[in-house]
Design a protein around this ligand. Structure first.
Ligand code: MN
Length: 139
């Protein structure tokens, strides 16, 4: 069965690109344009991976990550941040919020999926079946 990736991203171009790249590699995608919608979609879909833009309207990506990690029904899902600013300290802030790591914008089509998979599988909290299936079906 196709793995589901929830993409929480307010920028239509980035959303379209991530969706396109993921679907080309056999993933099913679900999109949300802000934090509240993203949290609702995470609870409803229980995706295999969450891609989370950090700069979102009304609710920051950090807040979204903290909310998801505090909810036992979705806390095991690896969250990969997507961020266009990677200043010293940002990585720590993203990790402290519960993300497994981040992919930098602009999104690089040739490496984006591999980066996402690698970061998602680094999550010690990820269920082992998610990890092994990621290694198997998409490379
Ligand atoms: Mn944004």
């Amino acid at each position: 069965m196709a793995k589901t990736v929830l993409i929480i991203e307010d920028n239509e171009q980035n959303l379209y690109l991530m969706k396109y790249l993921l679907e080309a590699r056999g993933y099913r995608t679900v999109a949300a344009r802000d934090g509240r919608e993203g949290i609702a979609a995470a609870r409803a879909e229980v995706p295999d991976v969450i891609l989370l833009d950090i700069q979102l309207p009304t609710m920051s990506g950090h807040e979204v990550a903290r909310t998801l990690k505090a909810d036992p029904s979705v806390s095991a899902i690896p969250i990969v941040a997507v961020t266009s600013y990677a200043m010293p300290g940002d990585r720590e802030e993203v990790m402290a919020a519960g993300c497994t790591g981040y992919v930098e914008k602009p999104i690089e089509p040739d490496t984006f999926i591999d980066e996402m998979e690698s970061l998602a599988s680094n999550d010690a909290a990820a269920p082992s079946d998610v990890r092994s299936e990621h290694e198997g079906d998409v490379r």
